[in-house]
Ligand binder design. Structure first.
Ligand SMILES: NC(=O)c1ccc[n+]([C@@H]2O[C@H](COP(=O)([O-])OP(=O)(O)OC[C@H]3O[C@@H](n4cnc5c(N)ncnc54)[C@H](OP(=O)(O)O)[C@@H]3O)[C@@H](O)[C@H]2O)c1
Length: 245
């Protein structure tokens, strides 16, 4: 693991499991001073134990501006910010049955939460530091049943280039994962989930679904590469390629 984040302070919101936890672990392993957020101190402490290196855990509801302000007060000055929180599967499902309240909740929990966190964090971020969003390849994959999630993540991906231009020299990027084995899918009970994952894997050029560590590697690249901004980086095993499979 590179040591390029030594002595840098990095906040990861949505880090009590899944992609955010893996990103926090990767940053901590590369020498960063990492502060993690999630809604449950217990789940954060469990993540910190799995990470196995010192991280600061702050119970935070990232959709609540006061809670975000309290998190940022503890975080202080930051070199990099990663927003990996999930609004879960709300907004998933066939368009004809998609309740408008669910669609609005999906936008509130992801698009508006990400933008509000970034705005609140601006005074805390190093001028030429970085912010990385976690969007979703479903924004561009034309999957039936994903209209709500595609709209939310597509909106967030569309915001990346103008944010990068407007907030420069702060770098603004997103990683756009395909299907990744995390608790996000816990609504599908086993063994159906394993069968679902196997079915997805069979459609992908890489022949497998993603791991949180795959996406964490993309996040550390985006945070660490000072010549990359305004980029939405697919980390999806080829899910958005027109392979005809
Ligand atoms: N997994 C996939 O296949 C996949 C694919 C494409 C995109 N993504 C995106 O990747 C991101 C991360 O997803 P994941 O798969 O890592 O999901 P996950 O395993 O469910 O993790 C989500 C994290 O967000 C935290 N969180 C949720 N709501 C929060 C809130 N209001 N305030 C603070 N923390 C909150 C959760 O902790 P607490 O519950 O303890 O608060 C948890 O740490 C999401 O934006 C998701 O849409 C995932």
């Amino acid at each position: 693991m590179s040591s390029s984040f030594a002595d840098q302070r990095i906040a990861v919101l949505g880090a009590s499991h899944g992609i955010g936890e893996a990103a926090a672990a990767a940053f901590a392993a590369s020498g960063a001073d990492v502060i993690i957020a999630g809604r449950s101190k217990e789940r954060l402490d469990a993540a910190a134990e799995r990470i196995g290196r010192p991280v600061t855990a702050v119970e935070t509801d990232a959709t609540d501006p006061e809670s975000v302000a309290a998190f940022l007060a503890v975080a202080g000055q930051l070199d990099h910010l990663v927003i990996a929180l999930s609004s879960g599967a709300v907004g998933l499902g066939p368009f004809a049955q998609l309740a408008e309240a669910d669609l609005r909740a999906a936008f509130d929990g992801k698009l508006f939460a990400h933008l509000a966190i970034l705005r609140a964090a601006l005074p805390h971020l190093r001028a030429d530091g970085s912010v990385t969003f976690v969007t979703a390849a479903s924004a561009r994959a034309a999957l039936p049943g994903s209209v709500g999630l595609a709209a939310v993540n597509g909106a967030l991906e569309s915001a990346v280039p103008p944010l990068a231009a407007e907030l420069a020299p702060l770098r603004v990027n997103a990683v756009s994962p395909g299907v990744v084995d995390t608790a996000w899918w816990s609504g599908i009970p086993e063994p159906d989930r394993a069968a679902f994952f196997a079915g997805i894997a069979a459609t992908l050029p890489v022949g497998r679904i993603g791991t949180p560590e795959d996406v964490a590697q993309a996040i550390t690249y985006l945070a660490g590469n000072g010549f990359t901004t305004g980029t939405v980086l697919d980390c999806a095993g080829g899910a958005t390629l027109a392979t005809g499979r």
